[in-house]
Design a protein. Sequence first.
Length: 722
Amino acid sequence: MNDSSGKPTSQQLDVEPLVTIEGVVERIVYENEETAFFVARLRRGEELVTFVGTLMAVSEGETVRLRGRWIDDKRFGRQLRVEAYETLVPNTAEGIERYLGSGLIEGIGPVFAKRLVQAFGLETLRVIDEQPKRLRSVPGIGKKRAEQIRDAWASRRAIQSIMVFLQGHGISTGQAVKIYQHYGDSAVAVLRENPYRLAQDIAGISFRGADKIAARLGVAKDSPDRMRAGLLHVLGEAAGDGHVYLPGEELQNFAAELLEVPAESLAQPLVDLVARKELVREGEVLYLPSLYAAERGCAAMLHRLIATPCDPVPIQVDNALRWVEKSQGITLSEEQRDAIRIGVTAKVMVITGGPGTGKTTVIKSLLAILERKGLSFLLAAPTGRAAKRMEAASGYDARTIHRLLEYSPKKGGFSRDDNNPLETDLVVIDETSMVDQQLMHSLLLAIPPFCRLILVGDVDQLPSVGAGNVLFDILSSQVVPVVRLKTVFRQAAQSGIISNAHLINQGTYPLFNDVDFFLIKRSDAAAALETVIELVTHRIPAKFGFDPVRDVQVLAPLRRGDAGVTRLNEELQAALNPNGVPVPRRAFRNGDKVMQLRNNYELDVYNGDVGIITLVDEAAREIEVAFDDRAVLYRFEDLDNLALAYAATVHKAQGSEYPAVVLLFLPQHYMMLQRNVFYTAITRGKKLVVVVGDPKAVGMAVRNSNIARRNSRLTDRLCNRI
């Protein structure tokens, strides 16, 4: 019995005994270069078996000893899940020649492998290891190649030695790989000095994981290093939950629970962290230094912006309003007129409102008026898709905030800052609810004091993934003019999506209309999953004419589980793109819909960008991904920054719109059954929203407006200049 990811359950691992097998690695089927997860074939005599696991320094042609448990994967059959392994040195001339000829040692291919074995026979590996100068006696091997072979061999031996040490101390192969990838040959020294560095330095190794390693290495429970690491971990976890700081007592209590030590014993380690400048104390609360600087900087930059006058622009507002209505063929509401009146004079302002309330019309009208008066402006949004929407709606160029600020790899940060500010009279930011504390600080640093700033967004949507709740905090401070657009325009009100979005936002159960806003009742995860596949592949394309890959986006609140995004992507890929040319050693195929997971400034693609794989070139070790505005070539080694995107979390979809949205909403998503999650999800759909799930889950979400308040002092700093 396997779980939804295809991995064995704990029950199965308890039942299946540990076994040890040896053989030659025949072929590597799949390899994740970032995590070192392998799927490979092992030849044992005439038998060919599959093994999976996290391994490093393993190549085709090598002899290995694997220790693990047999599992029966429902999709891929019987395979050995490896828990520990070691590379064995071959002991026959034929084995040595094949081993060296596999290409795993730089400088040796099949030709030189044959020559080396002819020259040294069974002593070949000992000569490379202990007497590398003798290699120069082999025809074709000069000083440079001999040194290359010596260095490559030494590096491989070092990796294997370190892996043996790490596994010998109870560290899993997956963790061992990450440790070596980060620290290299100094990995053992780092662990012996302070194993808690792992939790800070290596993604995927939690404090708890580092703590287990430390215990095996003999670190005491009350070690100062352990206590300091626990405190930093708790504050980092809080930042991941959106908090900019934690009260000191709360921090100590959380850390004491984690570490299983008395809270008072953490007082001195806390003092030490502040003295080392690894934490910042302000009164009774504690910050990570980067978030403290960002919060204070945001407040200071906003105060400076508000206080610095800009050149006055002579505008007869009533005349301008009549002109813009006539030139654009529109009729503005009184709310919109008031927003424009404020906008032509305000140094900084916020425009907020739900879908269909005319935010875009206000911005477009305001920009037309200011452009006619000779003012320059720059438009930006947090994601590529949001920027594209902004550009299409306004008629003016827009870009991501990251592109606006011009990231510099050489500088390791943004080129645009207070020393090299943006050259413009006005900056307009859309989808501001998605902007976290640190990105807002970088943006404000780059805005010159004389410039105007307009922040646009829906404050009722989900807050940023990163720490802070910037739009809400600025709006709450009341230090800048705020325009709340509430009136839903008649044309927008005819949309079941928009009218229901406002009902949900008011805490009212939505009215499913079977026109553009559907509910298909499913309570069981398996049945719901089957329904989603049927909707995307057949029913929606047949009835509405939408392309199932480009036009339909499946959303779910959570990534894991039977009704999570990971499982949805596996099933949708199998249904929508079963025959695409596979990318070697990856889970992608030509034709797949994929999403960029991290900002890549070199390729100019950013977290949340979605595209289609249009080319797989195995010879060049590249794939091409077509995004909305361009095609990007990815090297195979960069593919761990991509994920399948047939389905996405609601948070990942924020800032994007799709012709059709299918939302999976079940009671098992209870952790995320919140009003702002539901509201954000359905407002991603432009023409069609289908909710597949339980009416009880819908009701729970609509009623649950108790969104946890994020710890932030930005509002206080703006109001009281602290």
